[in-house]
Design a protein around this ligand. Structure first.
Ligand code: EPU
Length: 412
């Protein structure tokens, strides 16, 4: 693949920022949003709650002034993970909320105990009833919260609770992912006072009136990484624009170790590869470590590296389901406990494969780009949850990718 491609706005930032807009007392304009299924589902949910929304060319206007419901609809909530970000938002607005337990990708256990810990410490009563989080409060007050692990979801939910609670909250052992910083910046642009986002201690001075603002979402870290890996996988020469290179350091370091040329300048990342790749070991970690969301895509790349690589997953125990699909293309991978041992092969050969979740879908696409012959990837619905126009973007770089029916993509 050769040429230039731009990154869309961040999914995991968008799905936190859009619900947060309901906390304003006037309309918000959110720019650089990706047009993906998760964002479309959120729009439907917010409209159901009473918000007025327009969404064109990546810019969304959210008028929250007529929101009058505190219960989120079951069917829509089950379709995405981040639906439970509405729980602290609706609690802040109505002192009660009912939000079905979150859905999202099946990549291992996804408990919410730390969200419950954060919200309860600040004065919420949280019960799980009939598959929903039922939350109420007589008054929310700032407090000291210690998260047992730096969960992204629990950090988002605790920040969203703390901005409406009266007084000061300190969140210790907070997640440091770029989307946490983006959410905090958005809330600060609305008049909140949040300090320390991006470190493991976040301080929130709560109870301030929040107003509408105009804000642009950060570029998608995982889409950037997927495009970087895809470029390396095809022995390509690709310039990725509209990215934030500092968010990509863990991946860039691994690609350099593999023998890929990586350079960056301002918001651009240049990837060039002659297809001669060295095996490396990868271990997923919370930010700034190697992201679990790129574990599946990089494993596809390692299938054709020279030598033996070990990929260790420390965040989600079931994130190796896709390995079976890679084997169908001729990859040599064994999984022992939480580690995939990848023996590099000379080539992959196209076959029908299925995306078992969103990032598994990205991994199938990269494998399809590598494989000789035709690879038909089904389960496109997963991929469209998180990647805007992925087939068009790859085609623009010269890849042979075609959507055959609504749920399949063909690569040859
Ligand atoms: N965990 C707990 N208790 C909790 C919360 C999490 O034990 O209360 C554990 C989980 O079981 C998991 C780990 O902590 O082992 C990480 O979970 P985290 O809460 O950080 O993840 P999340 O908020 O559910 C977000 C992203 C995921 C991404 C993870 C890790 C969103 C909407 N989702 O999930 O993104 O994999 O952080 O970085 O932000 C994706 O985009 O494909 C995706 C799955």
């Amino acid at each position: 693949m050769c040429g230039e491609v731009s990154v869309s706005g961040g999914k995991n930032a968008a799905v936190a920022i859009i619900p947060a807009a309901l906390l304003a007392n006037s309309p918000c304009t959110i720019e650089n949003l990706p047009d993906i299924e998760d964002v479309r589902v959120l729009i439907e949910m917010l409209e159901y709650l009473g918000a007025e929304i327009t969404f064109t060319d990546g810019t969304m206007c959210v008028d929250p002034t007529k929101v009058d419901k505190y219960k989120a609809p079951y069917e829509l909530s089950r379709r995405m993970r981040a639906s439970y970000y509405l729980a602290p938002v609706l609690l802040g607005l109505f002192s009660r909320a009912e939000v079905p337990l979150p859905g999202g990708c099946d990549i291992g256990a996804r408990p919410i105990d730390q969200t419950i810990k954060g919200m309860t410490t600040l004065g919420a009563d949280v019960r799980i009833e009939r598959g929903s989080m039922v939350v109420s409060t007589d008054g929310m007050y700032g407090a000291e919260v210690y998260l047992d692990l730096p969960s992204v979801g629990a950090t988002v939910n605790t920040v969203l609770t703390a901005v409406t609670a009266r007084g000061n909250t300190t969140i210790n052992n907070a997640a440091k992912e770029p989307h946490i910083v983006d959410l905090a910046n958005f809330l600060n642009s609305m008049g909140a006072r949040i300090k320390g986002a991006g470190t493991d201690v976040i301080r929130v001075a709560g109870g301030r009136e929040l107003h509408g603002s105009t804000y642009a979402v950060i570029p998608d870290q995982i889409e950037t990484g997927t495009l970087m890996i895809a470029a390396a996988a095809t022995g390509g020469d690709v310039l990725i624009t509209g990215a934030i290179p500092t968010h990509m350091e863990a991946l860039s370091a691994k690609l350099l170790e593999m023998g890929v040329y990586v350079s960056d300048d301002d918001d651009r990342i240049h990837i060039r590869s002659d297809g001669n790749l060295r095996a490396v070991n990868v271990k997923t970690q919370v930010y700034p470590g190697f992201p679990t969301d790129l574990q599946q895509p990089i494993t596809s790349l390692l299938t054709i590296a020279n030598g033996s690589s070990m990929v260790t997953e420390t965040i989600y125990e079931a994130r190796f389901k896709y390995v079976e699909e890679l084997r169908r293309l001729g990859a040599s991978i064994r999984v022992i406990d939480h580690t995939a041992i990848v023996e590099g092969v000379d080539r992959l050969i196209g076959a029908p494969v299925t995306a078992t979740d969103l990032r598994a879908g990205a991994s199938m696409i990269i494998a399809g780009l590598i494989a000789d012959g035709v690879t038909e990837v089904s389960g496109l619905n997963y991929i469209l949850r998180g990647y805007e126009d992925i087939d068009r973007k790859l085609r623009s770089l010269g890849a042979k990718v075609e959507r055959v029916v609504s749920d399949r993509v063909l690569m040859y």
